[in-house]
Design a protein around this ligand. Structure first.
Ligand SMILES: [Zn+2]
Length: 337
């Protein structure tokens, strides 16, 4: 019996184990070699961005699409339609890639050497997954983050180009029925894809129409600081006058006392939500009613959501707000540039 067991063990070793040893020894190994691991992950997924967080005074290196998730969480309400979130992901990726490649450098380098910062007024807003989940409350946190991940994944690597060059994909919360020609907001060269276009369905946005009331003393103080050469009197309100409007329906120039200033400058001076405004004199005060929120150039986020709700795809949304552009992968852009 012992002999029989011994014979069986020997036979199993010869019939089963030996061929396996031979195959393993002579044939190709299925364990990935180091260089195969590198090939298995597409190169573009490895693209990294350095992000300066001014509030923490820290620079973090992140995979580009991981960074884009944080931008989506910070820049657009997660309950927006998926196609609107996808359009935002592509716009945010394009902006970030423009910064990374140095095509669109920040006017002042306040990044401590990083590609981009988390200040929305300077670059674009960003928040960590943890911060986003706190913002959303436990009930929606998992669902919202999953939606953001899907929007980023389904547009991975896609960017906006105009005639083969990376587009400057500016965006804003809501316009006032029309977006704005770039050169009418910022003096300088006109940008062929940042043109005034119709933007519907923004009325649902919070504070779409907002009225503020300015005391005359407040106004005089601000104006005197900004224009020390000029004098402003208490009866100047009677002379305040909107002179003309931009293509997108915003105030182009306004006369205040004896100073003619741009509507955008008036907006900055008095902290208005947009330069699309009307004026009304009321009991020694100036009532200013604004429509929309932001500079009005490029993609309107609320307009994008409205287009998505009507069945528009992210590509259709981007092509609506950025005139004459193409949506391509980063790899395609790098191959043909
Ligand atoms: Zn910045």
């Amino acid at each position: 019996m012992k002999k029989l067991i011994y014979f069986a063990v020997v036979m199993i070793t010869i019939v089963v184990m030996l061929p396996l040893t031979i195959v393993k020894g002579c044939g190709p190994s299925y364990a990935p070699k180091p260089h195969e691991k590198e090939i298995a992950v597409p190169e573009l997924e490895q693209k990294k961005i350095t992000v300066y967080n001014p509030s923490l005074e820290r620079i973090d290196e992140m995979v580009l699409d991981e960074y884009i998730k944080g931008v989506l969480a910070a820049e657009m309400p997660a309950d927006f339609s998926l196609e609107a979130l996808k359009a935002q992901a592509v716009a945010a990726r394009t902006f970030a890639y423009g910064r990374m490649t140095g095509v669109y450098k920040a006017k002042q380098d306040t990044h401590e050497g990083a590609d981009i910062c988390t200040n929305s007024a300077h670059c674009q807003a960003w928040m960590s997954k943890e911060a986003a989940k706190k913002k959303w409350s436990a009930l929606f946190a998992a669902r919202n983050w999953a939606k953001i991940e899907r929007a980023v994944k389904e547009t991975s690597e896609m960017i906006v180009v105009y005639q083969g060059s990376i587009a400057n994909t500016l965006f804003h919360a809501s316009s006032c029925g029309k977006t704005e020609n770039a050169e009418e907001v910022w003096s300088g060269v006109s940008v062929p894809y940042l043109r005034s276009v119709e933007s519907d369905g923004e009325e649902a946005s919070r504070g779409y129409i907002t009225t503020i009331s300015l005391e005359i003393e407040q106004m005089i103080e601000k104006l005197s600081e900004t224009f020390p050469e000029n004098s402003f009197s208490e009866d100047m309100l009677e002379g305040i006058k909107i002179m003309d409007y931009t293509t997108g329906g915003r105030v182009k120039t306004i006369l205040v006392g004896d100073v003619t200033m741009k509507g955008t400058q008036f907006r900055t001076l008095f902290g208005l939500r947009s330069s699309c405004f009307t004026l009304r004199l009321e009991d020694e005060k100036l009532e200013i009613t604004t429509t929309g929120h932001g500079h009005g150039v490029g993609m309107s986020q609320w307009g994008a959501d409205s287009l998505a709700k009507k069945g528009g795809t992210y590509i259709e949304i981007l092509k609506h707000y950025y005139t004459g552009v193409d949506i391509v992968s980063i790899q395609h852009y790098e191959n043909v540039k």
